[in-house]
Write a protein that binds this ligand. Structure first.
Ligand SMILES: NC(=O)c1ccc[n+]([C@@H]2O[C@H](COP(=O)([O-])OP(=O)(O)OC[C@H]3O[C@@H](n4cnc5c(N)ncnc54)[C@H](O)[C@@H]3O)[C@@H](O)[C@H]2O)c1
Length: 254
């Protein structure tokens, strides 16, 4: 196959939280572009559907239980990837939670739960993946932040804070690790209908508010986010580092 800058042949990718939603679409998109994929999610969450769809594109697929809050599981996951594939080229830190809670009602537990998964989890998976990438002299680390990290959305201050933290985390890690051939970026999608957002988007008033903010006039699709991940993972994005790619149909531009 001729080399094109957006193909991912011979690359190995790990996607966290890929049983469903955006993680599932990203894992399938990376497979479609030629990568082998490690699909992972919380223990007990089946990644079978994702694995089958990725394998249908010819990818070699490995399932892993990986709770991103668990340091032992993170270390074990990296050992398994090394033993099975001998390398890790692409990490997509997709796992995330959002339990919308107004500022006056936020408890310390709600605060910690969000930061533990969305920020601390992603950071320590990236930290564990980096040594393999440094050894290879090549790596792509992609966090899924959100437009909620660029703007405030009433009713979810903690989620917005976690996503803002990711946006500055990728700036710093991208600068630190660039000399090893690693890029670290994030994707900031607008609303996509998934298990995370379905209940809110099914409320006509909320949906109207959201659509009224998106100049493109529609929600994003999981495939829109997957395409951005394929781009950032590719050789074509080698000079795109320490930044955030909005996939929001223009919401954050005005
Ligand atoms: N859906 C949207 O509108 C939207 C918009 C912007 C950003 N995002 C972000 O995209 C990512 C994926 O969201 P989604 O909409 O697909 O949500 P989702 O709830 O459909 O999927 C999230 C996945 O993460 C997994 N997960 C949760 N906690 C985990 C943990 N501790 N360890 C490993 N896996 C864990 C879940 O089991 C689930 O499979 C999240 O980071 C989310 O914040 C979503």
């Amino acid at each position: 196959m001729p080399h094109t800058p957006f193909r991912l042949d011979d690359r190995v990718a790990l996607v966290t939280g890929s049983a469903t939603g955006l993680g599932q679409a990203i894992a399938i998109g990376l497979a479609q572009a030629g990568a082998d994929v490690v699909v992972s999610d919380l223990p007990g969450q089946s990644t079978e559907e994702t694995a089958q769809a990725a394998a249908a594109h010819g990818a070699r697929v490995l399932h892993l239980d990986l709770d991103v809050r668990d340091q032992e599981q993170i270390a074990a996951a990296m050992e398994t990837v090394k033993a099975e594939f001998g390398r890790l080229d692409i990490l997509v830190n997709n796992a995330g939670i959002n339990r919308p809670t107004a500022g006056l009602d936020v408890t310390r537990d709600i605060w910690d739960d969000h930061f533990d998964v969305n920020v601390k989890g992603g950071f320590f998976v990236a930290q564990a993946a980096a040594p393999m990438m440094i050894q290879q002299g090549h790596g792509r680390i992609i966090f899924i932040s959100s437009q909620s990290g660029l703007i405030g959305i009433p009713g979810q201050p903690v989620y917005c804070a976690t996503k803002g933290a990711i946006i500055n985390l990728v700036r710093t890690l991208g600068v630190e690790w660039a000399r090893h051939g690693i890029t670290v970026n994030s994707i900031a999608p607008t609303f996509v209908e998934t298990n995370l957002t379905r209940t809110r988007l099914q409320q006509p008033e909320f949906l109207a508010f959201v659509l009224g903010k998106i100049p493109a006039g529609r929600l994003a699709l999981p495939e829109d986010v997957a395409a951005a991940a394929v781009y950032l993972a590719s050789d074509g994005a080698g000079m795109v580092n320490a930044t955030t790619l909005s996939v929001d149909g223009g919401w954050t531009a005005w």
